[in-house]
Write a new protein. Sequence first.
Length: 269
Amino acid sequence: MIIGNKEFDLTNRTYVMGILNVTPDSFSDGGCWNNLDRALAHAEKMKEEGAAIIDVGGESTRPGYTQISDEEEIERVIPVIEALKKEIDLPISIDTYKSTVADAALSAGADLVNDIWGFLYDEKIAAVTAKYDAACCLSHNREIPVYENLVSDVIGDLTKSAQIALQAGVRKDAIILDPGVGFAKSYEENLTILKHLDEFTRLEYPILLGTSRKSVIGLTLDLPKDQREEGTLVTTVLATQTHCGFVRVHDVEKNVRAIKMMEAINGVK
């Protein structure tokens, strides 16, 4: 798979997408990086620690979040994306579900659209992604979280998202799927998704797992969001064992180390 100017060996490896929230209110690190200099420094640090992609987000999507205007989101992310493209030689992802934000971000140099609504919220975003020949990560989400069979239903919804992308002209080899841990699922349902992660990695598309510091870890370990690193590492090892292509995390260095150890055990050099 090629994202931006980088090639990814998704047959053998698991890559880290580093989270760069340029927001004042994200659930874990809101306000930490919403200054251009701090954002660039943190992105450079994540690159040094082994991140393969930097995921820039301008709107918090924590539970109960307040939606901001497209204009405000664009004002937050575009200066950061433009600076990253000049300073850091890594693919840049834009974490948005809005077509106007995606258009502005891709025009500024972003290489991937990371949509928590799997192209289902904004009917124009798939075409925008195709227009720039960009990659996409399509996460599972639902307005009404009612399931007959959780795993089968999530797979069905993700398949629908992939079809929307393909019909809009997104290349099949540019599509990543995310089972959406933390979105439209109860605590028990999030654990079920993790237990059956191997069923998702049998699909035709690479899988990204995003569990970093999320409530499924906090509830299991009874820990606040700033103490969920070990729980996140366990899910990263699980992702590597089940051949996920990507993990999206806040703490890059330790997750990269966990992946390297797991890959060594699996004979990946």
